[in-house]
Design a protein. Structure first.
Length: 134
């Protein structure tokens, strides 16, 4: 088995955007199958989600119910608005879309998408080659 490792230097804030960028085709593919239609995730939607992932990790030691209240609290919403230079109605639409596609369940990050990097995080892709079928 051969292996290639690509090392990406990042910081504790940017890692979530990079993680979502790398997983985007797989997330879109899974959602497209689930909803039986082609789904393309808007880059700003992923930016919003990456900030929520950052705060989800930051608040990881807080009980789920309190964490979900903090995650979409007004101070964090305000940070998203100013960081991404979007309007409140746009943010509301992005949050609704995240809920529609179950990336957010209520105000909680869907466990399938939550990551908790501790110094580093590995995302591994395995490519299996099928033997020729004759």
């Amino acid at each position: 088995m051969s292996q290639e490792v690509l090392t990406i230097r990042t910081d504790k804030y940017t890692i979530y955007k990079q993680y979502l960028t790398l997983k985007k085709p797989f997330i879109e593919g899974g959602l497209s199958v689930l909803y039986n239609k082609h789904i393309t995730l808007n880059p700003k939607l992923l930016d919003v989600f990456s900030i929520l992932l950052f705060y989800n990790n930051k608040f990881k030691d807080i009980e789920d119910e309190k964490r979900s209240k903090l995650l979409l609290s007004q101070p964090i919403r305000n940070e998203i608005l100013s960081t991404l230079n979007i309007t409140q109605p746009q943010l509301n639409t992005y949050i609704s879309t995240l809920r529609k596609y179950q990336l957010l369940i209520g105000n909680k990050i869907n466990d399938r998408f939550a990551i908790y990097p501790n110094g580093s995080h590995e995302l591994v892709f395995k490519l299996y080659i099928k033997e020729d079928e004759k």
